[in-house]
Design a protein around this ligand. Structure first.
Ligand SMILES: [Fe+2]
Length: 180
């Protein structure tokens, strides 16, 4: 996984949006935002995923497949929805099995977008309360495992003044040391 600041240049969300020269983001910066990341090679991944799932209490999992071929007409509309800036009240945990895509997470307090270019073998945990969004890249396909504890609370709360007051948002800001 490569992490870098998003250039904010208008245009297709599926383009890399990398500054020239690129502005890379370190593991420490991601850690400070409570974004966790592991690399687990897809070949023989199951025992390692099981071990992390056990340690973190992720009892359930399912698979998602997002592709232009598979979704046809609704694809363009769907990926625009994924790209709306939002947060959840639960962790968003994804293990990439094939394909590629971009998770964008908001850095605080700078409010800059950090782009995470994920590929097969990446396991990422996006913490509750962080503003983020997702898009596929120009290859237009990704297959991922979603892990979760119990009933997943994946309701997206779009960024707004009201969402800024969500207790999970406030907790997140406290955890990363920018909340009161
Ligand atoms: Fe999300």
């Amino acid at each position: 996984m490569r992490a870098y600041y998003y250039d904010n240049v208008p245009g297709d969300q599926r383009l890399p949006h990398d500054y020239s020269p690129s502005r890379p983001v370190s593991q420490e910066t991601l850690k400070a935002l409570n974004v966790e990341h592991w690399v687990i090679p897809v070949d023989g991944h199951l025992p390692k995923i099981d071990a992390i799932a056990k340690e973190k209490g992720y009892k359930n999992r399912d698979m998602i497949n997002v592709s232009k071929e598979g979704m046809g007409e609704i694809y363009e509309e769907k990926i625009k929805t994924f790209f709306q800036e939002h947060m959840h009240e639960d962790e968003e945990i994804r293990y990439i099995l094939s394909g590629t895509g971009f998770f964008d997470v908001r850095e605080t307090p700078t409010d800059e977008w950090i782009r995470l270019a994920v590929e097969p073998g990446d396991l990422i945990v996006i913490p509750p309360g962080i503003y983020h969004r997702f898009t596929l890249d120009e290859a237009n396909k990704i297959q991922a495992m979603r892990l979760f504890q119990d009933e997943p609370k994946w309701i997206p709360y779009n960024r707004s003044k009201e969402t800024d007051m969500n207790p999970h948002r406030i907790d997140y800001l406290k955890r990363v040391g920018v909340g009161a």
